[in-house]
Design a protein around this ligand. Structure first.
Ligand code: HEM
Length: 498
């Protein structure tokens, strides 16, 4: 009888263990701060969530969980783990946030779309970028048009202090508009463009709603819509969509133009015309909404990010005179002073490549990437990541990890070079564009833009800080949603070429 009882007990124990393991997938519970720890860090979390995440990663490790509501939020602070997870289709969902979804009129376009619709649109955009001239000579010519205009502008203000903030917005928005709509505005002659104005309004209102906490607590938009900036945010989005819509209509009227397709909109209209599958993201009315939202995404993802990274490069290089001198020496030796830098020079300029990488690393304009959503339960690294949990990649923590970089807050391009400085070294933790299936699609455009702008500016000018910052220099950013430099001024001194 005793033996039978023991057998029964062992069987129940075994079954319980099997059921537990089956339910839990053989996985441990994710570590993470308790509610009380989160409450203690609320001011930091609200103002600088990327810093709070990095602080918690030190205590709870490279993968931790915040259990604040019904859904769990998972934070990854290690490049290798991020690569493994984000290469898995299970992690390619997007979370629903009414503030972020307002951009794309729902889950349309590129950033907020999911599943087949997102895949089709992403493939189309990458292909079209290549066709329109991404990384080809025509794209280079298009960026160089903006570089020339920029240099002309700087010449007007040489030797006088000028603001380093927002000076790259017009050329960057202009080059995007050129790719998308085939038009170039002569912003350098002081002509204002409604696209610039609308893009500016949108970003100012986006910064306002993110600072006011609406992104974390969207419910606030119903409580004080005007006061918290929700109304002007919505209006600025509507305004941009109207501009895109009227431009698309003008393109439709020119479909029979002999040069068709000329730009992104033309390619998309052709795709819509050729799509007969009602389930496709390019079919009929949904196809049109996807196009308008897709353009919106290219603007919101591509303009402020690139323009602010260029501003950061001016701030760093003007304060780190040794790095600027070394950059100039390489430009002089490779390009000289009688012609403009070209993308073909890039391969011979490892120091410049390192300056670009170090600027992207230290400035890290998108500190928390764009949150992903798990499409299904997933067993990962010994844990279960439940369906619908939100996953953040803590790019800020990864790009500023002391264990990885040693002195993460110094601007030190040499960290990307081999010992004798002759070769650029790829770094596994260098992921400013995130990683995996949803990695930024603008990376190659950004790298080309940074190369051509930075080499051209420093070929022509010595850039000095208007007011020297203390040493060691730590550059504080404004706003957490997009890390933009605080107000600063520089002085552009023309170089004397002999
Ligand atoms: C310095 C400049 C830029 C940085 C640092 C940057 C960074 C990022 C990051 C971190 C993501 C999130 C990826 C993820 O979800 O895991 C992203 C997504 C995206 N970026 Fe960029 N980006 C930059 C410029 C651009 C440009 C110039 C464009 C296009 C013209 C662009 C288009 C996009 C799009 C469409 C997505 C969404 C991709 C998807 O959901 O599949 N970005 N970017």
């Amino acid at each position: 009888m005793e033996l039978l009882g023991l057998l029964l007990f062992c069987t129940v124990l075994l079954l319980t263990a099997i059921l537990y393991l089956k339910w839990n997938g053989g996985n441990k519970l994710l570590p993470g701060p308790k509610l009380i720890n989160i409450l203690c860090d609320v001011p930091l979390f609200v103002t600088k969530p990327h810093v709070a995440f990095s602080k918690w990663a030190k205590t709870y490790g490279p993968i931790f969980q915040l259990r604040t509501g019904m859904r769990s939020t998972i934070v990854i602070s290690d490049a290798r783990l991020a690569k493994e997870l984000f290469n898995d289709y299970a992690s390619t969902g997007r979370s629903y946030n009414p503030i972020i979804h307002e951009f794309s009129k729902g889950a349309y376009g590129l950033i907020n779309a999911e599943g087949e619709s997102w895949e089709t649109h992403r493939r189309f955009t990458l292909r079209t970028f290549r066709n329109v001239g991404f990384s080809k000579t025509s794209m280079e010519g298009l960026i160089l048009d903006e570089v020339r205009a920029m240099l002309e502008r700087f010449k007007k203000f040489e030797r006088t202090p000028i603001s380093g903030n927002r000076i790259f917005n017009a050329p960057v928005v202009n080059s995007l508009w050129h790719i998308v709509a085939g038009e170039r505005f002569e912003w350098e002659s002081g002509r204002d463009s409604r696209v610039f104005r609308a893009a500016d309004d949108f970003f100012n209102s986006l910064l306002r709603v993110s600072t006011n906490g609406l992104i974390f607590a969207p419910i606030l938009r119903f409580i004080a819509p005007d006061l918290l900036g929700w109304t002007s945010f919505k209006n600025s989005i509507e305004n941009l969509h109207q501009i895109f819509e009227s431009t698309i209509k003008n393109h439709e009227a020119e479909v029979n133009n002999s040069n068709f397709p000329r730009d992104y909109i033309d390619y998309a209209l052709k795709e819509i015309e050729n799509t007969k599958d009602p389930n496709s993201s390019f079919f009929g009315i949904a196809g049109r909404t996807n196009l308008s939202s897709g353009i919106f995404d290219l603007f919101q993802a591509g303009s402020e990010t690139t323009a602010n990274t260029l501003s950061w490069s001016l701030l760093y290089l003007s304060n780190y005179s040794e790095a600027q001198q070394r950059l100039y020496t390489e430009i002089k030796a490779t390009v000289g002073s009688s012609r403009a830098p070209a993308l073909s020079d890039r391969i011979k300029m490892p120091y410049t490549e390192a300056v670009i990488a170090e600027t992207l690393r230290l400035s890290n304009v998108v500190p928390l990437g764009v949150p992903h959503r798990m499409n299904c339960d997933k067993s990962f690294n010994g844990y279960i990541l439940p369906k619908d949990s939100i996953v953040f990649v803590n790019l800020y923590g990864i790009l500023h990890d002391e264990q990885v970089w040693g002195d993460p807050f110094n601007f030190r391009p040499m960290r990307f070079l081999n010992e004798d400085g002759s070769q650029y070294i790829r770094h596994e933790s260098f992921i400013p564009f995130s990683i995996g299936k949803r990695q930024c699609i603008g990376e190659s455009l950004v790298r080309d833009t940074l190369f051509l702008f930075i080499t051209s500016i420093f070929q022509q000018f010595e850039v000095l800080p208007h007011q020297k910052t203390e040493t060691p220099i730590y550059f504080e950013a404004d706003n957490w949603f997009l890390l933009v430099p605080k107000t600063f001024k520089v002085v552009m001194n023309p170089r004397v070429h002999n």
